[in-house]
Design a protein. Structure first.
Length: 233
């Protein structure tokens, strides 16, 4: 069986992609200069949060994911980041290829919330490989890529922030259920508000007026209904 090893040598944000996309540079080595006709590769990428330290502000931002710092000894578990496939063309001995990873800015996703809380430093990643290798010098063999093939990589936080800024400059992204969006649109129309920012600001102001001394989390749908009742003719 051909002994294959993997190493991530870098990462960049793709400025021309339609959506947020990271491109990892992957080096694949076949031991003893073996011939590989093609490689159908699957890669699972996960975040290993226990492999770095966190500042005070970062710790506050991660409380939703991992709880209080006193519990981090047991709660800093790996977080799934991505699972992608790539077809590596034939090579002899060693080659490099791009691993394209589409990303999301959905803050309901654990990996996005984790990355959004980081302010500096690096993201400790672990790449886990599997797949099928087509090899052979004088013939053709089909071999599995062993499940124990992996490669650690520390991705600069700055690369993630650059990618997000390319697609959402100075903005965040919020996913809402369709019925809540319909209520939000109706509220915006009734108030003749010029933007979604003004719409959300009006709702926040209404929440502050309702709870002036001790603001409490209020479900957006319920707040919309109450605001609609106050402004209905």
């Amino acid at each position: 069986m051909t002994d294959l090893t993997f190493q991530c040598t870098g990462v960049r944000a793709d400025p021309y992609a339609a959506g947020p996309t990271l491109v990892f540079r992957l080096r694949v080595t076949a031991a003893r200069g073996a011939r590989v006709h093609a490689l159908a590769l699957r890669c699972q990428i996960r975040i290993e949060p226990a492999r770095r330290t966190y500042g005070a502000a970062e710790g506050e931002g991660l409380a939703d994911l991992f709880g209080e710092r006193s519990r981090w000894g047991s709660t800093l578990q790996p977080v799934q980041f991505a699972q992608v496939s790539v077809m590596v063309p034939g090579f002899t001995g060693e080659t490099e290829t791009d691993l394209v990873v589409p990303c999301t800015y959905d803050m309901d996703i654990g990996a996005t919330r984790y990355l959004g809380a980081l302010q500096e430093g690096e993201v400790p990643l672990l790449m886990l490989f599997s797949g099928t290798a087509f090899t052979g010098e004088g013939g053709f063999r089909v071999e599995p890529v062993p499940w124990d093939r992996e490669a650690p990589y520390r991705m600069p936080v700055a690369v993630w922030r650059e990618m997000v800024e390319q697609h959402f400059p100075g903005c965040g992204w919020l996913r809402l259920p369709r019925d809540t969006m319909d209520e939000l649109l109706a509220f915006r129309s009734r108030r003749a508000l010029g933007s979604w920012e003004a719409t959300v600001r009006a709702l926040l102001d209404a929440a502050d007026a309702e709870h002036p001394t001790a603001p409490q989390p209020v479900r957006l749908g319920a707040l919309l209904r109450r605001a609609g009742e106050r402004t209905a003719p």
